[in-house]
Design a protein around this ligand. Structure first.
Ligand SMILES: Cc1cc2nc3c(=O)[nH]c(=O)nc-3n(C[C@H](O)[C@H](O)[C@H](O)COP(=O)(O)OP(=O)(O)OC[C@H]3O[C@@H](n4cnc5c(N)ncnc54)[C@H](O)[C@@H]3O)c2cc1C
Length: 492
């Protein structure tokens, strides 16, 4: 049945699958990651609050509680090694007049039991000094200095790229349709692109982890998608918000968060509503109103002016409301990394450690490679540079001199690098995730057609074949003379 033989196959290229690949790449084993979409990080990993949580929220008895703080500590080194945008700005759970403030003490205690350092309760004066625009009804808050903000898709991409540098194979647009077993032992997978043999399979399929688990007879995992809707604001407007701000949490949600992003946008959200479909990423008037009302409680002067986009993400919530990271008891060689809802980003390296330990317990030999590449070269980020720095790049290569996305100052050369670099971009959104082209105020209104043309030119396909993201999301139905179909980018 086989085309290729691997020791381990990882199903899913979100942060969980990419972190497992990054971890396993350090050992003398052959690893293949299979992702059904044309890019990594197209699932829940691309649409969330982008916070590296400190780790006080989940119970210490849960895997979520045990892994969050461990992940948080490791991430501080990983972002340096892999050049991932990250800022350790700290988070606050803010109690207002009329709130049940005893929750703050409960969270403090829980955080201490989870091993979180630096937690303290701060008073009104502290809060008004640190967050001058916050609601004057604040009373006290839990301060967690170890929390931070990250670019989540770049976190996953950087881990995937480092895994590839260390020998992992990644196959995109390859959907696992079934898992083969023989005598109660995993032997490989069936995909839409053919069969692959492996002794071990790691199921990191996000919202579809229950479906993949069922392929080996595991019935106990039940993923119920829970939607979170958001507004994002233009970074050109300075909102002077310095930390991640949570209200007092409810049983299933941390509430409406107000947070800066690493790119200086203001992000508000998310809602928390169960939905039927694993593909339902629609936003709603009701949901967005709820987000805005929640954010206004924190910042009464906030308006909707300067919002540039709304979006939604789906939490892959298992019925246990915990991560389900364990070996399947139905077959040998199958490991579930399922139910990875929040704090999945924050826990990712610790999730990967646990998955590796389970694989070792199942009999996989993990012998460290001698020459592991620990670092990833920093991508050129024109938007962060001064004009003097930009001029130096243009002098070296004039392709830096052509600006394709004016809102975010993204050059032609950066887009070429995104397409031709490791785990290269194949879609317009994949270019956006790697370069920020289309992430600014006009949301791709101007650069979208040019990025489409560049993708067509570089991939050797027709512009009518270029996709926005996944499935059949083609952008251009017919060519319009002078806009598409003629080279927009020539002689650069
Ligand atoms: C609203 C919201 C807010 C959140 N905020 C935070 C936060 O601030 N901090 C935090 O730590 N966490 C947060 N999270 C949680 C975090 O985003 C997730 O835990 C994490 O992204 C899950 O990653 P994953 O790799 O497990 O799943 P995904 O990112 O969904 O990846 C799974 C991948 O598997 C692929 N796949 C599925 N089936 C198959 C198949 N059969 N074959 C091949 N590939 C397949 C999918 O295409 C997908 O790419 C939030 C989540 C949501 C929804």
């Amino acid at each position: 049945m086989s085309q290729n033989k691997y020791d381990v196959i990882i199903v899913g290229g979100g942060i969980s699958g990419c972190a497992v690949a990054w971890k396993l790449a350090r050992y003398n084993i052959d690893v293949l990651l299979l992702e059904k979409d044309p890019d990594v990080a197209t699932g829940t990993t691309k649409a969330n609050t982008a916070i590296i949580h400190a780790g006080y929220n989940a119970d210490p008895e849960k895997q979520k509680g045990r892994l969050n703080n461990k992940g948080n500590i490791q991430i501080k080194q990983i972002v340096k090694d892999l050049n991932i945008p990250f800022e350790e700005i700290g988070s606050l759970v803010v109690g207002m007049e009329g709130d049940n403030l005893s929750v703050l003490d409960e969270l403090l205690e829980k955080g201490k039991r989870n091993g979180v350092e630096g937690l303290e309760i701060v008073d009104k004066e502290w809060l008004l000094r640190e967050e001058p625009h916050i609601n004057k009804d604040v009373v006290a808050a839990l301060w967690a200095p170890t929390a931070g903000i990250i670019t989540p898709w770049e976190f996953a991409l950087a881990m995937a790229q480092n895994a590839v540098a260390n020998g992992v194979d990644i196959q995109l647009e390859t959907e696992v349709l079934d898992v083969y077993t023989d005598n109660g032992k995993v032997t490989g997978v069936k995909t839409n692109k053919g069969d692959y043999q492996a002794d071990y399979v790691v199921n990191a399929a996000g919202l579809y982890a229950d479906d993949v688990a069922k392929m080996v007879g595991v019935e106990k995992i039940e993923i119920h998608p829970r939607k979170g809707e958001y507004y994002i604001y233009d970074h050109a407007k300075d909102f002077e918000i310095n930390h991640v701000l949570f209200p007092i949490p409810t049983k299933i949600s941390k509430g409406i968060v107000c947070t800066p992003t690493v790119e200086d946008n203001l992000l508000i959200g998310p809602t928390s509503d169960f939905v039927d479909s694993k593909e339902d990423l629609a936003t709603s008037r009701e949901g967005l109103d709820h987000v805005f009302e929640g954010a206004k409680k924190m910042f009464p002067d906030l308006t909707l002016q300067d919002t540039i986009r709304v979006f939604a993400g789906l939490r892959a919530a298992d019925k246990t409301e915990d991560f389900v990271i364990e070996a399947a008891d139905t077959v040998d060689g199958f490991v579930n990394v399922a139910g990875i809802q929040s704090p999945g980003l924050s826990s990712a390296p610790a999730i990967a450690d646990l998955a590796a330990e389970i694989l070792e317990d199942l009999g996989l030999t993990l012998e460290e490679k001698k020459d592991v590449i620990e670092t990833r070269e920093e991508p050129v980020r024109f938007y962060e540079m001064s004009n003097e720095e930009r001029a130096k790049y243009v002098e070296k290569n004039k392709k830096y001199g052509k600006i394709i996305c004016r809102c975010e100052t993204v050059s032609y050369k950066e887009i070429l690098d995104a397409i031709h670099g490791p785990v290269g971009a194949r879609t317009v959104n994949a270019v956006k995730r790697r370069t920020r082209a289309g992430a600014g105020r006009c949301q791709g209104g101007f650069c979208g057609p040019r990025v489409t043309q560049i993708l067509a030119d570089e991939l050797g396909i027709d512009t009518t074949e270029v996709r926005l993201e996944k499935n059949n999301s083609k952008i251009v139905e017919h060519k319009i003379k002078g806009l598409l179909g003629s080279k927009v980018i020539d002689n650069a």
